[in-house]
Write a protein that binds this ligand. Structure first.
Ligand code: MG
Ligand code: MG
Length: 275
């Protein structure tokens, strides 16, 4: 246990969490291969579920009370918690897919934003840029974690990067979190500057870092389904997430197939897998 009351993971536990991370990555990879105009978000949900099961895992989203699906699919002005259904994706849609898997008692959690090919090239380019900025802010946060003394340095790095790119919004009502035996554990991982330092970054800390960035205002509303979070001003949104472990040797991005090597390269950081 850490001084703050959440469980620090042993190397052996982190290795088990890697398996859940890879099953989560497989779920998102299945969607990457399928996503196109004309497909429904429910079809994507099924593909992710099949891929997670093929990896020996099961959906942990289905363990959240009242939720029956494997992914959240949030389209255009929807930021997070969109429910898969009969919505047919259109050319140029920006779609954030959040996915998680559990193997044994260990969890993974990751999100990716896709731009559906086609549509108005100008709109698609703007949406791709929003997704790229959000993804890069995630890697900036992960890179900050690698060198951080305190956890709040992650949010500082994310905020600094996002605001350096223009007049974008960062959601504040929804944040990242510790992860382990449950998908959502303490501590909170903010995507913006906060006053407190937060817990010390020590070996055994495993967190899901997940910036949610909007092209306009970051003020949101929850739709009538009770789940879907969308921007109040109807501006586009993007969500990227990885589960990241800190251990004695360094950091390891558990939900990235390459452990985070590609995303961290430009920061001069090499992830350190455990074996
Ligand atoms: Mg997630
Ligand atoms: Mg999460």
């Amino acid at each position: 246990m850490s001084r703050h009351g959440f469980e620090l993971k042993t190397n052996e536990q982190i290795i088990l969490m890697r398996q859940a991370g890879l099953a989560t990555a497989a779920g998102l990879d299945a969607i990457r291969k399928l996503i196109r105009a004309g497909i429904t978000t429910l079809e994507l949900d099924k593909a992710a579920d099949d891929a997670i099961r093929a990896h020996g895992g099961h959906s942990n989203f289905q363990l959240v009370e009242g939720y029956k699906h494997t992914i959240c699919a949030s389209v255009n002005d929807e930021v997070v918690h969109g429910i898969p259904g009969n919505r047919v994706l259109q050319p140029g849609d920006i779609v954030s897919i959040d996915c998680g898997a559990e193997i044994g008692e260990w969890n993974g959690d990751s999100a990716v934003t896709f731009i559906v090919p086609g549509g108005d090239p100008e709109v698609a380019a703007k949406r791709q840029l929003l997704s790229d900025i959000t993804e890069q802010s995630l890697w900036a946060g992960i890179a900050a974690l690698a060198n951080a003394t305190y956890l709040n340095e992650v949010g500082m790095a994310i905020e600094e990067y996002v605001y350096s790119q223009g007049n974008y919004g960062i959601l504040e009502e929804y944040v990242g979190h510790g992860i382990g035996r449950s998908m959502h554990e303490d501590p909170a991982v903010y995507n913006y500057r906060v006053r407190g330092n937060g817990p010390k970054v020590v070996p055994g800390l495993v967190v899901a870092i997940e910036p949610m960035v909007t092209a306009g205002s970051a003020v949101t509303k929850v739709l009538g389904d009770g789940w879907t979070v969308s921007t109040k001003d109807a501006s586009d949104a993007s969500h990227w997430e990885h589960t990241v472990a800190v251990h004695e040797g360094g950091i390891w991005v558990l939900t990235a197939a390459d452990g985070g090597a590609a995303g961290l390269a430009k920061f001069g950081i090499k992830p350190v897998p455990l074996a």
